[in-house]
Design a protein around this ligand. Structure first.
Ligand code: SF4
Length: 757
């Protein structure tokens, strides 16, 4: 029997025949679910119910709790699985769980779980890397672990532990385990997909007010909210419900977005439709108007900020008229937006990874944006943006103790990290390397081997550079659900990861409530849980005791132990609806009572103890401390605009896919079967293009082909491209011009030209 596995089947979009559902029934149901949203009874979900496919319909049904991981949120939407004969036959929203209801992707998760193209056994490569036709053959888990240990230990012996890269992409949940194993092994080369996702926002919030943040949704007492480039209706449907409820309560919304998204049409009292990449000028104009009109909170500014006079002098030139010239936002709209926020407050700021981070000026402009709620006096007041401390979990529900950060600090990992000189600000805040310079680190021999969980070469700008880097590493092992040739054609080994319904995962933490997340069914084939695989790799590398021999529950117990909260796994098991940690009543202005700083002193957790309008960290590291606006490197004002006159905006979301994922699920693929580029009717007419035309999109970097969608969603002069199509990878057109503060690439503001293919 030929057991060789080829990639030829991975692009199939044929539904598993056993699903027993017609396309039409799913379209009708998904549309209904999207429109109706929360509170659906079982009627709608019955439409998706593939019971007959997997089990005798007379078999008894058992209900088990699980969660959805079809998008990248932490934590995920709660799901009730209907299980018959140890198969999940139906999923529905879990009532009472803080994150719900399910969107179309959540409903389609069953199709992913039972996708016949999943890899279900460990695989090792048997032909040359980068051949274009990767061939793998099955191996045992024992052989996989023995090979990994041998290769990693050989690299460590010859080049040091930092030459082995420990990467956690999607899902984010196993980050704690990956970081722990990296540290045990002695490697400072731990990295995540946050390098190009949302971490630039967190970093900027840290620089301004000493706390990781992407802002906060409006609460019960909020009267206004400034949404800076978030289209939650498509990226986080469950979150959009909350925003719509706020709208119904009378909350005023100012929305900054280059596109007319459902968030704009559904929420915005004022829409600031800016030129992509000009956010820094708009933020400076916002601050100018706050200061000129004396809307700022004088007591707060005087007592709790540093650098106000310098900031005031800097933004003086950013009058609404000048801002209009730069950003294309009409001056009167900016004036009205600032007035709404100032007169309605207190309110909140909401930012995102998409518009928020993907610019060459993000390290400055995002700081300016975070200064807006501070100047308006919205920080840590009723109706404003609450600040920490929360429960002692990090973003991925792990802890400093579990990740062995004390070992990292005591044993000098920080001084050894490869990104220290390239991105010193990033390195100061994160114990994960900025991964965008992976090609350089591999070329210089600094990184030679790696374990890559959920890695995707298309996540970085100029994809071929990263494919080449992975290929040139001496040994790499990937963990994934599927074989994805655009990445796995360059790895040596591929391990089958269990899907969300099949695995224990990091705890879910909502406010002060903690949920245990156990598997609903056993993994198919030989697939194993991510946490288990990572911990078993750690065990094979010689750290069996510290890796709990691969026992996930024991590892999660250690996470809990290191919180210091005195809560155990048994406590969580006894409370399937969440274990509530008692807490003090919410407190305002915690900066005044010393609750925001680890030393207990009043103030913010910044070097000055104040909100830093001029950053001390940045000036100490040789950067400009003020949030200075700079044009994108490739912009309508740069020389190459004559040749490539359209602004290339990519990285936004669609309701049916998450990044490059889910393209092969028929229930979702039917909504967007082909790569599309959205452009304004004016730009289409000027090029003789009509809706549905096949077009070439090209610039100095490369070219791709897509289908044109002519739409007013996009403003004239801009094209919008959804990313993650391996057959039309937009990151063949994006450039490696990295923001010096955060290291982030300019996905939101490149240049290109379009013509009929
Ligand atoms: S928003 Fe949709 S895809 Fe994301 S976790 Fe919820 S159901 Fe899943």
């Amino acid at each position: 029997m030929d057991t060789t596995v080829s990639t030829t089947a991975t692009d199939q979009t044929t539904a598993p025949q056993s699903q027993g559902l017609s396309r039409r029934s799913f379209i009708a149901g998904a549309a209904g679910a999207a429109v109706i949203g929360a509170g659906l009874g079982s009627t709608v979900f019955d439409i998706f119910h593939p019971t007959e496919a997997f089990a005798d319909e007379n078999s008894p049904v058992e209900l088990r709790y699980s969660y959805c991981d079809m998008c990248n949120h932490m934590p995920k939407c709660g799901i009730v699985c209907h299980v018959k004969e140890e198969k999940i036959v139906r999923v529905e929203s879990r009532t009472g769980y803080p994150s719900s209801p399910l969107c179309a992707k959540g409903i389609a998760s069953l199709q992913e779980l039972y996708d016949p193209n999943r890899i279900l056994t460990p695989l090792k490569r048997i032909n040359e890397k980068g051949s274009g036709d990767p061939q793998f053959e099955p191996i045992t888990w024992d052989e996989a672990y023995a090979t990994i240990a041998e290769k990693f230990n050989a690299v460590k012996a010859e080049h040091g532990a930092d030459a082995v890269f420990f990467f956690c992409g999607d899902p984010k949940e196993p980050r704690g385990a990956m970081q722990r194993v990296a540290t045990l092994f002695g490697s400072s080369s731990y990295g995540t997909e946050s390098s190009v996702c949302a971490a630039a926002s967190w970093l900027c919030a840290n620089l301004v007010f000493g706390q990781q943040s992407v802002g906060a949704d409006p609460g019960e007492d909020s009267t206004c909210s400034l949404i800076w480039s978030l289209n939650a209706a498509w990226s986080q449907p469950n979150r959009f419900n909350g925003l719509m409820s706020a709208k119904e309560r009378g909350v005023k919304f100012v929305v900054v977005d280059p596109r007319i998204t459902p968030v704009v049409s559904g929420l915005a009292d004022v829409h600031l439709q800016l030129r992509p990449g000009s956010d820094g000028a708009l933020a400076a104009g916002f601050i100018n108007q706050i200061i000129v009109n004396e809307y700022y909170d004088k007591e707060f500014v005087e007592n709790w900020t540093v650098g106000f006079e310098e900031l005031k002098a800097y933004v003086a030139e950013y009058t609404p008229e000048k801002v209009e010239e730069i950003t294309w936002v009409p001056a009167d709209k900016l004036i009205e937006a600032v007035r709404i926020m100032a007169k309605s407050g207190p309110g909140t700021l909401v930012t995102s990874s998409k518009g928020g981070c993907h610019q060459t000026n993000v390290g400055n402009y995002q700081r300016a944006v975070f200064m807006i709620p501070a100047l308006l006096g919205f920080l840590d007041v009723k109706g404003g943006m609450a600040l920490g401390p929360g429960l002692p979990f990090d973003y991925a529900a792990s802890t400093r103790g579990f990740q062995l950060e004390d070992v990292y600090e005591a044993q000098g990992y920080q001084e050894r990290r490869h990104d220290l000189k390239d991105f010193p600000v990033w390195a100061r805040y994160y114990k994960m390397i900025q991964t965008v310079k992976l090609p350089e680190y591999v070329a210089e021999g600094k990184i030679r081997a790696g374990v890559l969980l959920g890695v995707n070469s298309m996540m970085w700008p100029d994809t071929p550079r990263y494919q080449e880097a992975i290929k040139n590493m001496e040994f790499t092992v990937a963990l994934d659900y599927y074989m994805r040739p655009w990445t796995h054609d360059f790895v040596d080994m591929l391990l089958p990861a269990a899907m969300c319904y099949e695995r224990s995962a990091a705890l879910a933490v909502f406010g002060r409530k903690i949920f245990l997340r156990e598997p609903a069914v056993a993994p198919l084939g030989e697939a194993r849980e991510d946490w288990r695989i990572i911990l078993e790799i750690g065990s094979a590398l010689g750290y069996e005791e510290q890796c709990f021999g691969g026992n996930v529950e024991a590892a999660l117990a250690e996470v809990l132990r290191t919180t210091g909260l005195e809560v155990t796994i048994d406590d969580l098991k006894a409370h399937p609806d969440g274990f509530e940690i008692p807490g003090n009543p919410p407190e305002e202005r915690k900066y005044a009572s010393g609750k925001l700083r680890p030393d207990g002193q009043p103030g913010f957790n910044t070097p000055s103890g104040k909100v830093e309008l001029v950053s001390q960290v940045l000036t100490d590291l040789g950067f400009e401390g003020l949030p200075i606006y700079e044009e994108p490197i490739h912009s309508p004002l740069s020389e190459d605009a004559a040749q490539y006159p359209l602004i290339l905006n990519t990285g936004s979301r669609v309701p049916y896919y998450t990044h490059s994922k889910l393209r092969d699920l028929p229930w979702l693929n039917q909504f967007m079967p082909d790569p599309i580029v959205r452009l304004n009717p004016a730009d289409a007419t000027a090029r003789g293009l009509t809706d549905g035309d096949k077009v070439r999109i090209f610039n100095q970097q490369g070219e791709i082909e897509m289908f044109a969608e002519v739409t007013n969603i996009v403003m004239p002069g801009v094209v919008d491209i959804f990313h993650g199509w391996h057959q039309a990878d937009v990151n063949l057109l994006t450039t490696r011009d990295f923001d010096p503060i955060t290291g982030f690439p300019p996905f939101a503001c490149g240049l290109c030209q379009i013509e009929k293919a």
